[in-house]
Write a protein that binds this ligand. Structure first.
Ligand code: GDP
Length: 425
C-alpha cells in the first residue's frame, strides 16, 4: 500500500440517500478540487474547513455532474493528517459513481478498506486505541457501546494507559534507586513496595473489571425465554417488545421455530428469544423445535423460565428448572393477574441464586422490573459505574492482564525480600 498517492472513497453507505459523501485524501486533493469544482461565486480562495457551494463538472465533457457542497481540509488539521477533500453530493448511487469515476480520471486511486483510518494512524492523528474505537463505534449496537467508544476515541483510554505508564516508570525509579545506593552511600528512605506500584495495580484492576460488561454493551445480552407450552412465552415476547412478533394461542405447541427480537433497557440492548414450549414432542417438527431450544439455552446469558401460576406445577416445569440449574436463571411467575395455585416459595429445585419475579405477560404487570432484572443479573453495579471508560477489546484486555501479572511478580519479589534487581526486571 502506498501512502503518497491520493485516495478516494464513497464515505456514505451504499444505496440511495438524501446526501452522499465522497472523500479524497492525499497531496493532490487541493489541485483536484480546483479541477473538478466550479463555484457559484466566481472566485474562491479555498479556505481550509470552509463549505463552498457549486457544481461538479466533468473535465472531458464540460457537463455538470451534480450541484454540491464541497470543503477542503488542509493538512495537518484533517482526519488523515493529509489534505482532505469532502464532496457532499446528492445520494443517488449513479451520481456518486459518476463523480467517483471523474476523480479516478483525475488521478485518484480507490481507497483500500480502512485506508483513511490507517493514514490517520500513520500520520499520528489518532493512536491505535482511537483507531480501534472508530471501528467499534461504527459497529456499536447500544447507546452504552457508543458512549464507550466515543470516550476511547476522545483518547480517554489512551490517557489512562499513559498515566499507568508514568506510575510504573516512577515505581521503577524507586526500585532502581535501591540498587544503585546500596554500597557506600546510605540509601534514601524507600518504602518496601513503591506506592505507585500499588496504585497502578488498583487502577489496572478497575479497568479489567469493565471487560465483562463491555461484552454486553457491544453484543447485547442474550436472554432466552423458556417454559412449557401455554406458559405465556409468546405473550411475554410480544409485550416486552411492544410488537406482535410471536403467535399467541391456546393450542399448545404453536411456536416451533424460535423468534428473536431486540429491546433496549437503559442503553443496553437485550436480544430476546422466544422458543418452542418444552414438552414430550407430538411430531417430528415439534421435536426439532425443542432440540433447537436446548441449543439456544446453552448460549444464553440469562434464561427466563416462565411458569404459569394459575395452574399447578408439573413434571415439565421441574425438568426445565433441573436442566437450567447451572445457568443464570430468572424465574418469571406468569399470569399473576389470575388466582394462583401455588406460591413463589414452593418452586421445587429452583437454585437459591435464581432471580424471581411475578409478572403478567398479558396485562404488562412487572415487565419493567423484569427488564431491569435481566440487565442487573448480567451487569453488576460496579461495572455500570465506569464513567464510560471501559475495556471492550480483547487485545487491550490481554495486554492489561499481562501488565497486571508483571506488577504482581514485582510485588511478590519485594515481599519475599529478594534483592531489588528482581522487581526492577
Ligand atoms: P406460549 O405457548 O408459552 O407461547 O404461550 P402464549 O403466549 O401463546 O399464551 C398461551 C395462553 O395464555 C394465551 O391464551 C394467552 O392469552 C394466555 N396468557 C399469556 N400470558 C397471560 C397472563 O399473564 N395472564 C393471563 N390471564 N393469560 C395469559
Amino acid at each position: 500500500m502506498q501512502n503518497n498517492d491520493t485516495i478516494v472513497a464513497i464515505a456514505t453507505p451504499s444505496g440511495a440517500g438524501g446526501i452522499g459523501i465522497i472523500r479524497v485524501s492525499g497531496s493532490q486533493s487541493a489541485q483536484i478540487a480546483g479541477q473538478i469544482f466550479r463555484a457559484k461565486r466566481k472566485k474562491i480562495n479555498w479556505e481550509s474547513h470552509r463549505l463552498y457551494h457549486g457544481d461538479i463538472v466533468s473535465r472531458a465533457s464540460g457537463k455538470v455532474l451534480d450541484e454540491v457542497l464541497i470543503s477542503l481540509m488542509r493538512r495537518p488539521q484533517s482526519f488523515t493528517g493529509e489534505d482532505v477533500l469532502e464532496i457532499n453530493c446528492h445520494g443517488n448511487p449513479l451520481i456518486m459513481q459518476t463523480i467517483f469515476q471523474e476523480l479516478i480520471a483525475l488521478g485518484c486511486r480507490p481507497a483500500a478498506p480502512g485506508e483513511f483510518s490507517r493514514r490517520a494512524f500513520l500520520n499520528g492523528r489518532i493512536d491505535l486505541a482511537q483507531a480501534e474505537a472508530l471501528a467499534a463505534m461504527i459497529a456499536a449496537k447500544s447507546e452504552k457501546a457508543c458512549a464507550a467508544s466515543l470516550q476511547q476515541l476522545k483518547g480517554a483510554l489512551g490517557r489512562e494507559i499513559d498515566y499507568l505508564r508514568v506510575l510504573l516508570v516512577d515505581a521503577l525509579a524507586f526500585i532502581e534507586a535501591g540498587i544503585d545506593f546500596t554500597d557506600d552511600i546510605v540509601a534514601p528512605e524507600i518504602p518496601d513496595i513503591p506506592p505507585q506500584l500499588e496504585i497502578a495495580a488498583g487502577r489496572l484492576q478497575s479497568l479489567l473489571l469493565t471487560y465483562p460488561a463491555a461484552k454486553y454493551y457491544t453484543d447485547g445480552i442474550n436472554a432466552v425465554i423458556t417454559g412449557k407450552p401455554n406458559a405465556g412465552k409468546s405473550s411475554l415476547l410480544n409485550s416486552l417488545t411492544g410488537k406482535k412478533r410471536a403467535i399467541v394461542n391456546e393450542i399448545p405447541g404453536t411456536t416451533r421455530d424460535f423468534i428473536t427480537s431486540e429491546i433496549t433497557v437503559n442503553g443496553v440492548s437485550i436480544n430476546l428469544t422466544d422458543t418452542a414450549g418444552i414438552r414430550q414432542p407430538q411430531n417430528a417438527v415439534e421435536k426439532e423445535g425443542i432440540d433447537l431450544v436446548w441449543e439456544n439455552l446453552a448460549q444464553a446469558d440469562v434464561v427466563i423460565i416462565l411458569l404459569d401460576s394459575s395452574r399447578p406445577l408439573t413434571n415439565e416445569d421441574s425438568e426445565i428448572i433441573e436442566k437450567n440449574k447451572t445457568s443464570n436463571v430468572i424465574c418469571a411467575i406468569n399470569k399473576s393477574d389470575l388466582p394462583s395455585t401455588w406460591q413463589p416459595e414452593e418452586i421445587p429445585g429452583l437454585p437459591e441464586a435464581a432471580g424471581k419475579i411475578k409478572i403478567s405477560a398479558k396485562f404488562g404487570n412487572g415487565l419493567d422490573e423484569l427488564k431491569k432484572l435481566i440487565v442487573d443479573r448480567v451487569v453488576t453495579t460496579e461495572e455500570k459505574n465506569t464513567d464510560g471508560l471501559i475495556v471492550a477489546n480483547l487485545r487491550h484486555k490481554s495486554a492489561l492482564e499481562k501488565t497486571g501479572n508483571f506488577i504482581g511478580k514485582a510485588k511478590d519479589s519485594i515481599g519475599k525480600g529478594l534483592s531489588p534487581e528482581f522487581a526492577a526486571v
